[in-house]
Write a protein that binds this ligand. Structure first.
Ligand code: F3S
Length: 68
């Protein structure tokens, strides 16, 4: 069985997210847009850490952060 103990996981601040969907387009395995129009983490290890960092950096309102 694959280890799911992650050093850090991405979290989306739903109050800050404006639903631009950039994160879900960069990391479709990690983020998904839901009915509320906001991004949610569907799998914190959906992409390699560097790719998730790319999505974090791309978010125009900095709604994504690492939770250590
Ligand atoms: Fe929201 Fe930022 Fe993603 S605005 S949809 S968390 S890129």
């Amino acid at each position: 069985m694959r280890c799911v103990c992650l050093a850090k996981v991405p979290i989306v601040d739903a109050d800050t997210c404006i639903g631009c969907a950039l994160c879900a387009s960069i990391c479709p395995g990690t983020f998904e847009m839901e009915a509320d129009g906001k991004s949610h983490v569907k799998n914190p290890a959906g992409e390699p850490e560097a790719k998730i960092q790319e999505a974090i950096d791309a978010c125009p309102v900095k709604a994504i952060a690492w939770k250590q």
